[in-house]
Write a protein that binds this ligand. Structure first.
Ligand SMILES: C[S@@+](CC[C@H](N)C(=O)[O-])C[C@H]1O[C@@H](n2cnc3c(N)ncnc32)[C@H](O)[C@@H]1O
Length: 350
C-alpha cells in the first residue's frame, strides 16, 4: 500500500478512536476539559483581573466577611488573587485549588508577592479532600448565564464535604434574570424567515427552522445592543449556595412582565447579580450601571412580537440542565390589556 494511503488510513483510524472517546465522555467531563483549557492562558485571567467592579466586590467581601484566623478554600484560584486577599486579611490557612495549569502561575505570583499561609493544590475541586473542615469557601464560579460554569454542583460538593456547620460561602446569594428586551433597531437581526430584503421574501424558510439550539442564542458583551427591557426587571430565580441543592432547582419557571416600554420583543437577556450585603452586589446585566464589564450576557432569541404599554407577557422557561444552556427552552404568551389570550410563540421547533 502506498505511503499516502497508509497515512490516510492512520488518520481515519485516529479520528474514529477520538469519536469513540468523545461519545464515551459525559457532558460534565467534556465541560471540565474545556474549562481547564479556557482558563489556562493569561488572556481570560487578565480580563477578570482588570474588571474593576469585580475586583472591588471581592476585595470588600473578603475584608468584611473573612475573619483573621479563618481556614479558607479558594475554589478555582486562577492567578491566586482571592487567596492572596484572604491571606492578607489574616486567614490562618488558605487552600488555593485549581484544575487548570494556571496554578503554576499562581504559585509564581504568590512567591513574588511574599504571600504566605497559602497552599496551592493542582486538582479538580471534586477530588480535593481535607482532614478538617474549613470556615469559608471562597469562589468565583459564575458564568455569563450564572450556572454555566457548574458553580452550583462544584460549590455544593465542597460545602457538603468540607465546610464547617455554620461556615461561610462567599459569595452565596444570587439573582438570576431573564428579561424581555428590545435590541436597538440598527443592531436588530431577525430570524431569516422574518426578512424581506428589497422585495425578496425569505418567509418560505420558516419550514427549515434550524434544530441547533445555539442558533437561538446570541452571546454578547456589547452594551450598545440592548435598547431597553420591556418590563420592570426582577429576578426570576434566587438562590443561596448555603442551602440550595442542584436537584432542587426548578425545571420550569413561569413569570410575567407588564410592558412599560412598548415595542418589539427580540428576546430575553440572561444575566445575574451576586449579593453579599445590602450595599455590596455585583451585576452583569447589560443595562446595569456599574456592571462588571468582563462578563458577557446571553440573549435568548424570540419570534418577532410587538407589545403595547400595559400588555402582559407570560413567559415560560424550561430547563433540562441549568449548567447546559442548550437544554433551555422558552416561549411566551401575549395578553393584551383586555386580557385576551393569544397562542404561545415557541422559538425552537418541538
Ligand atoms: C472565573 S475563574 C476565577 C479565577 C480567580 N478565582 C479570580 O477570581 O480571578 C475560575 C477558575 O476556576 C477554575 N476551576 C473551575 N472549576 C474548577 C473546579 N471544579 N475545580 C478546580 N478549579 C476549577 C478555572 O480553571 C479558573 O481558573
Amino acid at each position: 500500500m502506498p505511503f499516502h494511503s497508509l497515512r490516510r488510513l492512520g488518520a481515519r483510524a485516529l479520528s474514529s478512536v477520538r469519536r469513540l472517546f468523545a461519545r464515551d465522555r459525559t457532558p460534565e467531563e467534556r465541560y471540565r476539559d474545556f474549562n481547564g483549557r479556557y482558563f489556562s492562558g493569561f488572556y481570560e485571567q487578565e480580563r477578570m483581573l482588570a474588571d474593576k467592579p469585580r475586583m472591588e466586590f471581592y476585595r470588600a467581601a473578603i475584608q468584611r466577611h473573612i475573619q483573621p484566623g479563618d481556614r479558607v478554600v479558594d475554589l478555582g484560584t486562577g492567578t491566586g488573587i482571592l487567596a492572596a486577599l484572604a491571606s492578607r486579611r489574616g486567614a490562618a490557612q488558605v487552600y488555593a485549588i485549581d484544575h487548570s495549569s494556571i496554578l503554576e502561575t499562581a504559585r509564581t505570583l504568590a512567591t513574588a508577592n511574599r504571600i504566605d499561609r497559602v497552599e496551592f493544590v493542582a486538582t479538580h475541586s471534586t477530588e480535593f479532600h481535607l482532614a478538617e473542615p474549613v470556615d469559608v469557601i471562597l469562589h468565583e464560579q459564575m458564568g455569563d448565564c450564572l450556572f454555566d460554569e457548574a458553580m452550583v454542583a462544584n460549590v455544593c460538593d465542597l460545602r457538603d464535604r468540607l465546610l464547617k456547620p455554620g461556615g461561610l460561602i462567599l459569595p452565596s446569594c444570587f439573582e438570576f434574570y431573564c428579561e424581555p428586551i428590545k435590541v436597538r433597531d440598527s443592531r436588530h437581526v431577525p430570524f431569516i424567515w422574518e426578512l424581506e430584503v428589497h422585495g425578496y421574501d425569505y418567509s418560505v424558510l420558516e419550514r427549515q427552522r434550524p434544530q441547533d439550539p445555539d442558533y437561538y442564542q446570541v452571546r454578547s458583551s456589547d452594551l450598545a445592543l440592548v435598547e431597553h427591557c420591556l418590563g420592570e426587571p426582577a429576578p426570576v430565580l434566587t438562590l443561596d449556595l448555603h442551602t440550595v441543592n442542584e436537584a432542587d432547582l426548578p425545571h420550569e419557571i413561569r413569570f410575567t412582565r407588564t410592558v412599560i416600554h412598548p415595542g418589539r420583543l427580540d428576546g430575553y437577556a440572561v444575566y445575574f447579580r451576586a449579593l453579599v450585603d445590602r450595599d455590596l452586589a455585583l451585576g452583569s446585566g447589560p443595562l446595569d450601571p456599574g456592571r462588571a464589564p468582563h462578563w458577557g450576557f446571553r440573549i435568548l432569541r424570540t419570534d418577532r412580537d410587538d407589545f403595547e404599554r400595559g400588555d402582559i407577557i407570560d413567559v415560560r422557561l424550561t430547563v433540562g440542565s441549568w449548567s447546559e444552556v442548550d437544554t433551555w427552552r422558552w416561549s411566551h404568551v401575549k395578553r393584551a390589556r383586555a386580557d385576551a389570550g393569544v397562542a404561545p410563540a415557541s422559538c425552537l421547533p418541538t
